[in-house]
Design a protein around this ligand. Sequence first.
Ligand code: NAD
Ligand code: DAU
Length: 361
Amino acid sequence: MPVKTYLVTGGAGFIGSNYINYMLKKYGESIRIINLDKLTYAGNLENLKEVETNKNYTFVKGDICDKGLVTKLFRENDIDRVVHFAAESHVDRSIRNPETFVVTNVLGTMVLLNAAKDAWVQADGTFAEGKKFLHVSTDEVYGSLGETGYFYETTPYDPHSPYSASKASSDLLVKSYMDTYGFPANITNCSNNYGPFQFPEKLIPLMIYNALSGKELPVYGDGLNIRDWLYVEDHVKGIDMVQEKGRLFQTYNIGGHNEKTNIEIVHIILDTLQKFLGDGDERKAKINNGLIRFVQDRKGHDRRYAIAPDKIRAEVGWYPETNFEEGIRKTIRWYLDNEEWKDHVLNGEYQKYYDEMYSQK
Ligand code: NAD
Ligand code: DAU
């Protein structure tokens, strides 16, 4: 079997690093991965310690918007698969500074699409067998649900934040390349992920670290917004399965049927930390509901997300293997066992942002 070459973008971030670690473990020497990542505040090579010396893994520091670099990567490597994670991914940041979201998420995606199309198209306009592009997207493109109902692949797009609008735009670009050129791609739209290596600006790691350091836990609005949580390893398995077994040109929704309000999540984190910390640990006494602080709501805050993962289950055979109780225990255990990880990922730029955000909550 020839070795398949993957170009993974954003592989130093949360989901991308979990994907690379999983893929190299699963496929061993039968795949080669090139990880193109700009190493923004959210990207960290600490997440890839496990694979850094693997001879089938190469890291390239660079920007997906850099047309020269991306074209060169396609010219110099016979890339079979693209798995595109690179993005600005945090909604709160997009509300403060939408511009970088449009540049990376929209223009960056177009640069990648063009480079892959030019490298893969044949003289007759068709695409070489086996070449595939997977665009990793989000359920936030569908907008917000009321108390009932689910997001299906056919749900009309209705993004509300600059982040979700930029992801929706990138999805539509991918779709346009499939429709116009027959470009061999898939789109996956996934719900909220949690697990190891998630940057501590997102709800779950932020609450874990704040509780451990006795800081307040800022809950936006009434705390009753609902997210549909999926353990990150289930997401990366789903991405791999879509590329291996999915029908080209299709969108697949990925989600865990695991809806929780934000305040429920915070209580689960507090209870689990209480159980995990030893009686001699002085932090234990400070971890209680008194840390919870209801703060000003996020602007344009979507009320509820919930994915119907019926299509990926029926066509690809994917289903979420990790239930929330197990996943959150594994996650909290990981953050406790890897407390030094936080010091590696919090660079000066992020700390400044964090202090600013925190002082307003
Ligand atoms: P993340 O913010 O943790 O990581 C993003 C990575 O992309 C970082 O390593 C960063 O350095 C890199 N990057 C950013 N701009 C870049 C650029 N211009 N060029 C090259 N690299 C760049 O994000 P994440 O949570 O791992 O999300 C990955 C993808 O999955 C995103 O596309 C996001 O929209 C999507 N997604 C995330 C979730 C979630 O819950 N986190 C759910 C569904 C979909
Ligand atoms: O649904 C998929 C999306 O999930 C991904 O596309 C995004 O990249 C990812 O960041 C995530 O977006 P959310 O906005 O849902 O995630 P976040 O962790 O920022 O917030 C989860 C919920 O918790 C949301 O309702 C806002 C709330 N929240 C968040 C933070 C950071 C708080 O109440 N307090 C906080 O401090």
